[in-house]
Design a protein around this ligand. Structure first.
Ligand SMILES: NC(=O)c1ccc[n+]([C@@H]2O[C@H](COP(=O)([O-])OP(=O)(O)OC[C@H]3O[C@@H](n4cnc5c(N)ncnc54)[C@H](OP(=O)(O)O)[C@@H]3O)[C@@H](O)[C@H]2O)c1
Length: 223
């Protein structure tokens, strides 16, 4: 079993590395700084330096994973936005930061995973989306920029599933509201439970589920 986790220095990404290593998988994972890379190596993973929001850094992924034939690739890197309410316009700086990381980042990384033999035939690709990006399930407002970024990410994931066809199973996952730096101390789920759930969902994916938006418990979330 070979696994790639993009954005794994802490939180949900680091927990994916911990759990896949614990079950004996060969894991390659990325971080932006030395401390993050050190944590990954401490878990026995191969650490790669990667900033998905930086064009030069992100474009350097392909040659490092060429031919790796990962069974599972997880694109986890993401940032949240200021929790503006209603229709407050974001600043350009906030817009650029969130959209570059949450949308442009995966748009840069996914083709490199798909085009370089990095993914095993029939491999699984999961992007960490959020229920907050769902338009169909939306009942409240707030964090409009973050919501828009995850809705856009979902669109990118759907395209990836259509482009890759039978070559891969591609899904957008909602991890739940999870106790990490992003989710905060008051969140509902501990990170170990969320990641264990998502690993179970990824492992059980049938080809017919490619192009779906799934909760951590495997149920479908409306786009
Ligand atoms: N926690 C929740 O309740 C929740 C709910 C729904 C969805 N999600 C999604 O789940 C994913 C992980 O969330 P989390 O709670 O683990 O967040 P987190 O604790 O804030 O961790 C975010 C991770 O993304 C990395 N990252 C951020 N910007 C990056 C960039 N430009 N290039 C590469 N890596 C970058 C961070 O690396 P650094 O250490 O270098 O910053 C860190 O490893 C995100 O996509 C998030 O939107 C989380």
């Amino acid at each position: 079993m070979k696994v790639l986790v993009v954005g794994a220095s802490r939180g949900i990404g680091l927990e994916f590395v911990r759990q896949y290593r614990a079950e004996g998988a060969e894991v390659t994972a990325t971080a932006r700084d030395d401390a993050g890379l050190e944590r990954l190596r401490g878990l026995g993973a191969t650490g790669l330096r990667l900033d998905v929001a930086d064009a030069a850094s992100a474009s350097g992924l392909a040659w490092q994973i060429e031919g790796a034939a990962f069974d599972v690739a997880i694109v986890n890197a993401g940032v949240t936005a200021h929790r503006a309410s209603g229709l407050d316009a974001p600043t350009e700086a906030d817009f650029d930061h969130v959209m570059r990381t949450n949308v442009l980042g995966p748009m840069r990384v996914l083709p490199q995973i798909a085009d370089t033999g990095a993914l095993a035939r029939g491999g699984r690709i999961a992007v960490l989306s959020s229920r907050m990006g769902s338009i169909g399930a939306r009942a409240s407002t707030g964090s409009s920029l973050y919501r828009a970024s995850k809705a856009a990410l979902n669109s990118v994931l759907k395209d990836a599933s259509l482009v890759l066809g039978e070559r891969a199973i591609c899904v957008a996952l909602h991890p739940g509201w999870v106790r990490t730096d992003m989710g905060g101390a008051g969140a509902e789920l501990d990170v170990a439970t969320s990641v264990a759930d998502m690993r179970r969902v990824i492992a059980g994916l049938a080809p017919g589920r490619s192009g779906s938006f799934l909760n951590h418990d495997g149920t479908t979330i409306p786009w």
